[in-house]
Design a protein around this ligand. Sequence first.
Ligand code: HEM
Length: 125
Amino acid sequence: TQPATDADDSLYQALGAEQGIEQIAENFIMEIAYDERIFDRFADSNVQRFREKMIEHLCMVSDGPCEYTGDSMVLVHRGMDINSAEFNAVVENMMEAMDKAGTPLSAQNRLLERLAGLRPEIIEI
Ligand code: HEM
C-alpha cells in the first residue's frame, strides 16, 4: 500500500512527464496557430512566454513537480470576453494536440476534466 502522504503524480506521468508535456504544448500552439476561430486572439501574444507558461501550467494542473510562474487564469483572460465556443475550440485544440502526442485516452480525459473546471475562470470574465 502507498503511504497516504505520497503525492499522486499519476496524471503527470501518464501525460509523458516533462517531455510529453512539452510535446503537447508544442502541438497545442500549432493547433491554435491554424485555428481561424481563435488565432486572432493571440495576434499580440509572445509565443515564447505562452509556451513556457503553458508547459508549467499543464505540469501544475497534472500534479507534476513544477511551479507555475505565470499569471492567474482570471488575470490573464479578464477583459478578453472569451465565449464558450472559443473555449470549446481551445479544448478541441488540446485534444488534437494530445492525440498527435500519442497521449493515452484515459490521460486525455483526466486532463480535459481538470481544464473544464477552469472554465469559470476563463469565459465571460
Ligand atoms: C482551459 C483553457 C485555458 C487554459 C488552461 C489557458 C491557459 C493559459 C496560460 C497558462 C496562459 C499564459 C499565462 C501567462 O503568460 O502568464 C494563457 C494565455 C493566454 N490565453 Fe489562455 N487558457 C485557456 C483558454 C483560453 C481561451 C479559450 C482563449 C481565447 C480563445 C485564451 C487566450 C489566451 C491568450 C490570448 C493568452 C496570451 C495573453 C498574452 O499574450 O498576454 N485562453 N492561457
